[in-house]
Design a protein around this ligand. Structure first.
Ligand code: PAF
Length: 312
C-alpha cells in the first residue's frame, strides 16, 4: 500500500519505520526541517522492544511532494490537525482514505470536514518516545483499534487494518464502535495526564493515595455523565478500574502531557479535559473538575518561564 504519515514525531516515526519495514511504499511528512534533514541524511534510528536498527524511509517537508497515497495516517499533535489538512490533501490519492489515531477528541471532525466520508478513526496504545532528532524508542507493543464513524465495516476498513497488521507493533482490530474506543482512551488520558503532570509524578504514583484516587474518580464520573447523555458505549465496563490498571501498567511512564510540559511544548489539554468541559457545557451539565484541570494546565503552559525552582 502507498502510505503517507503526516507528523513524524515519536509515534509517527515508530509506526512509519515499522510500516516501511513491512514493505509498504512510505513517505513521512514532517514540518520540522531539522528532523527532515537528519532523517534524510543519516536515516531513522529505532530502538526498543522491536530491536535496534537504522532505516532509510522517505521523509519530506510539507508541500514538497505530491504522492498518491492510498492511506494517510495523521499523527500530528491535536492542535496541529487543522494545519495538517493541507498536508494530507497534497498526498492523498483520489480514492485514498485518512486515518486518525491521535489522542483526544475533535481530530476526526476536523479531518472529516475536509475529506467528507473518507476518514477512519481509532486509537493505539503502541508506545513511542523521542530520543533526539531522527532517534526514537519503541517503548511498547500495543493494541490498535480502528473503524468507521457509522460503525460499518467496509472493504476499505479491512484493507487499512490488513496493511497495519503487517507491521510488528501488536494486534490491530477493526471495530464497529470506533467512537467508543476514542472516548474510552479519552477518559484514560483525562484522568491520568493532567493530574500526573500537575503533581509531577510518574503514572504509577498517581493513584497511590486517597486524594489521587478521588481525583481520578471525579474526572471519570464527569466523563461518564457525558458518555451516558451522548449514548456512547465504552469498551470497558469499569472505566475507573481501567484507569488504575493503566497507571499500574505504565507505572514508570511520564505521561505524554508531562513530557510536553518538560520539553516546553504546548500540550493537548484543549482536546482532552478542555474538550470534555466543552462537551459538558454543550449538554448543559457540569464538568468542573475537568474544566479546572484544563485551566491549571493552560496556566502551567503560560507561566513556563516563571517557575520557582524547588529548594535544594
Ligand atoms: O498519553 C499518555 O502518556 C498515554 O496515553 C498513557 C496511557 C496515559 C500512558 O502514559
Amino acid at each position: 500500500m502507498r502510505i503517507g504519515i503526516v507528523g513524524a514525531g515519536a509515534l509517527g516515526s515508530i509506526l512509519g519505520g515499522l510500516l516501511f519495514e513491512a514493505g509498504h511504499e512510505l513517505v513521512l511528512v514532517e514540518r520540522d526541517a531539522d528532523e527532515v534533514q537528519v532523517v534524510s541524511q543519516q536515516g531513522l534510528w529505532l530502538e526498543g522492544v522491536s530491536g535496534e536498527r537504522l532505516l532509510q524511509p522517505k521523509i519530506v517537508s510539507p508541500h514538497t511532494e505530491e504522492i498518491e497515497a492510498d492511506l494517510v495516517l495523521v499523527l500530528v499533535k491535536s492542535y496541529d490537525t487543522s494545519s495538517a489538512v493541507a498536508q494530507v490533501r497534497d498526498i492523498l490519492s483520489k480514492d485514498g482514505v485518512v486515518l486518525t489515531l491521535q489522542n483526544g477528541i475533535g481530530n476526526f471532525e476536523t479531518l472529516n470536514d475536509a475529506f467528507p466520508g473518507r476518514v477512519l478513526l481509532g486509537t493505539t496504545t503502541v508506545g513511542a518516545m523521542t530520543l533526539g532528532k531522527g532517534k526514537f524508542r519503541h517503548t511498547g507493543f500495543g493494541q490498535t483499534h480502528l473503524g468507521e464513524l457509522d460503525g460499518g465495516i467496509r472493504e476499505r476498513t479491512e484493507a487499512v487494518a490488513a496493511a497495519l497488521r503487517g507491521m510488528n507493533a501488536g494486534p490491530v482490530h477493526v471495530v464497529d464502535n470506533a467512537v467508543g474506543c476514542v472516548w474510552s482512551k479519552l477518559i484514560i488520558n483525562a484522568a491520568i495526564n493532567a493530574p500526573a503532570t500537575l503533581l509531577r509524578v510518574r503514572n504509577g504514583d498517581l493513584p497511590t493515595g486517597d486524594a489521587g484516587r478521588e481525583l481520578i474518580h471525579r474526572v471519570v464520573e464527569e466523563c461518564l455523565h457525558i458518555v451516558r447523555e451522548k449514548g456512547i458505549a465504552l469498551i470497558f465496563d469499569d472505566p475507573e478500574a481501567r484507569v488504575i490498571e493503566v497507571c499500574k501498567g505504565t507505572a514508570e511512564n511520564l505521561n505524554s502531557m508531562f513530557q510536553d510540559i518538560l520539553a516546553g511544548r504546548a500540550t493537548e489539554i484543549d482536546y482532552i479535559n478542555g474538550a470534555i468541559a466543552r462537551e459538558a457545557a454543550a449538554l448543559g451539565i457540569s464538568a468542573e473538575v475537568n474544566r479546572t484541570l484544563a485551566l491549571l494546565i493552560k496556566s502551567l503552559e503560560a507561566t513556563a518561564d516563571k517557575r520557582v525552582a524547588d529548594k535544594a
